[in-house]
Design a protein around this ligand. Structure first.
Ligand SMILES: Cc1cc2nc3c(=O)[nH]c(=O)nc-3n(C[C@H](O)[C@H](O)[C@H](O)COP(=O)(O)O)c2cc1C
Length: 176
């Protein structure tokens, strides 16, 4: 099967929950954000607001909130930077989730291509409950009432090896 740098990056990116105590350069952060910016969005509305969190206290607050969600893993506090992908749901009421999702994945792939790692912390609460982790993240980050948070991506140098599996194509593809 054909391979190239893009396909290799897609194939080899893994969710990483432990990071080395090493900074991520501002240049690399900007490169990752740039990958988010070039994601597609419905009618090119680009409803994103990427929040770059380096402040230790803010990361600690995010960590305490994220602990409440299912499947929570460590990593927020040690990662030198956490990128929150927020979207304005008023700006794109029909497709704000997808807009946030494609941008998040673009950034995760960009991080991997730079020798960095990340993982997707799914704080998004589909029911938009009052006391949800998502609402608390919105408050901690000082976002507007129309903001929704699709992902938190801790980003840093990986300090663990991980593998993961996928279903066989035959299981998930229907060819008509
Ligand atoms: C929408 C979404 C939400 C996710 N939320 C979490 C999460 O809250 N905690 C977590 O540890 N991983 C989360 N992940 C990462 C998945 O668990 C991970 O991508 C999956 O297990 C496959 O592993 P891999 O990314 O290493 O291939 C999320 C991924 C997506 C796409």
């Amino acid at each position: 099967m054909e391979s190239n740098e893009v396909l290799k990056t897609i194939r080899e990116r893994r969710s990483i929950f432990k990071y080395k105590d090493e900074d991520v350069s501002n240049e690399n952060i900007d490169t990752i954000l740039e990958a988010g910016r070039w994601a597609p969005s419905f009618a090119n509305l680009q409803p994103w607001n990427f929040v770059v969190v380096k402040d230790k206290e803010t990361k600690k607050k995010l960590y305490k909130i994220a602990r409440r969600i299912t499947l929570f893993r460590e990593g927020i506090e040690e990662a030198p930077v956490v990128i929150a992908t927020a979207v304005d749901q008023e700006a794109d009421p029909n497709h704000f989730v997808e807009a946030g999702a494609v941008a998040s994945q673009n950034m995760a792939l960009a991080a991997h291509s730079l020798g960095l790692s990340s993982y997707w912390i799914g704080v998004f609460d589909i029911d938009s409950e009052k006391n949800s982790a998502e609402k608390d993240v919105i408050e901690v980050l000082g976002l507007s009432d129309d903001a929704r948070v699709i992902s938190l991506l801790p980003v840093g140098k990986r300090d663990q090896e991980r593998t993961s599996e996928r279903k066989d194509l035959e299981e998930i593809v229907t060819r008509e």
